[in-house]
Design a protein around this ligand. Structure first.
Ligand SMILES: [Mg+2]
Length: 99
């Protein structure tokens, strides 16, 4: 995700009425994770979609999750890009001799 993604999401959100409260965004994030789970389950799991049901788009759902995370991080004053870099650094340190 580009360095300026969070800022561009924040600009869009502000231009469209501002962010929902953090707990509402957490609920929205949960909804999007559920949509990803449904799409994954339809593709790799035992719960295949009905003939009339859209199978779900994995890339779209991952993008939706990234979008809500950018909104949530922005409203909490957190830098999503930095947080992602920190998580990678933590994984490298923690698992350097594990895999
Ligand atoms: Mg979605």
């Amino acid at each position: 995700m580009p360095d300026d993604y969070q800022a561009r999401v924040g600009q869009w959100v502000e231009a469209h009425g501002g962010a929902w409260p953090p707990l509402a965004n957490l609920a929205r994030l949960s909804e999007e994770v559920g949509e990803l789970a449904r799409a994954l389950n339809g593709r790799f799991g035992p719960k295949t979609p009905k003939p009339t049901e859209h199978p779900g788009d994995l890339a779209e759902e991952i993008g939706d999750i990234a979008f809500v995370l950018a909104v949530l991080a922005g409203q909490l004053g957190l830098d999503l890009h930095q947080a992602a870099e920190d998580a990678l650094r933590k994984a490298k340190r923690r698992d350097s001799e594990r895999f």
